[in-house]
Design a binder for this molecule. Structure first.
Ligand code: 5GP
Ligand code: ZN
Length: 131
């Protein structure tokens, strides 16, 4: 059983930000910034490719509500909303979740940077996607 399923079953402790019959939101054990929260369905669903549209709609709507709550209550000024899918993207717990990472200022603990490739062909890329 995965870590989040164990948390859902109360076999592992957690700090619960929100709970209903279908969803759970907990504080991430490693707080990137204060208030770093994970939101996920109670049902074990691996990732964005596996989740059905209805559950995803509810999950993202709940994530929006909790984002608002966490940012407001924590006096944050913004947030990063993050989903990692598969190891190549940094997914370590294979039970779908969104990270709510409150942001306070540009010098807080988070650095997100996109390296720019020096060479790429937009037409070739678009043909791969749409061709
Ligand atoms: P991922 O890397 O899969 O996108 O994110 C998994 C997150 O789960 C990580 O940020 C990690 O700190 C968090 N995490 C891992 N184990 C536990 C745990 O036992 N309890 C809680 N609350 N968070 C956990
Ligand atoms: Zn699970």
């Amino acid at each position: 059983m995965c870590i989040f399923c164990k948390i859902v079953n109360n076999e592992l402790p957690s700090y619960k930000v929100y709970e209903d019959d279908e969803f759970l939101a907990i504080l991430d054990i490693a707080q990137t910034t204060d208030g770093h929260t994970l939101v996920f369905p109670k049902k074990h669903i691996v990732d964005i490719f596996e989740i059905d549209d209805e559950t995803l709609s509810k999950l993202i709507t709940l994530t929006k509500k909790l984002s608002d709550k966490v940012v407001t209550k924590m006096n944050a000024t913004g947030l990063n909303l993050l989903n990692n899918t598969n190891e190549s993207a940094g997914q370590s717990v294979h039970h779908i979740h969104f990270h709510i990472i409150p942001r306070y200022d540009e010098s807080d603990e988070v650095t997100i940077s996109f390296n720019r490739k020096s060479k790429f062909d937009l037409e070739e890329i678009l043909n791969k996607i749409n061709g």
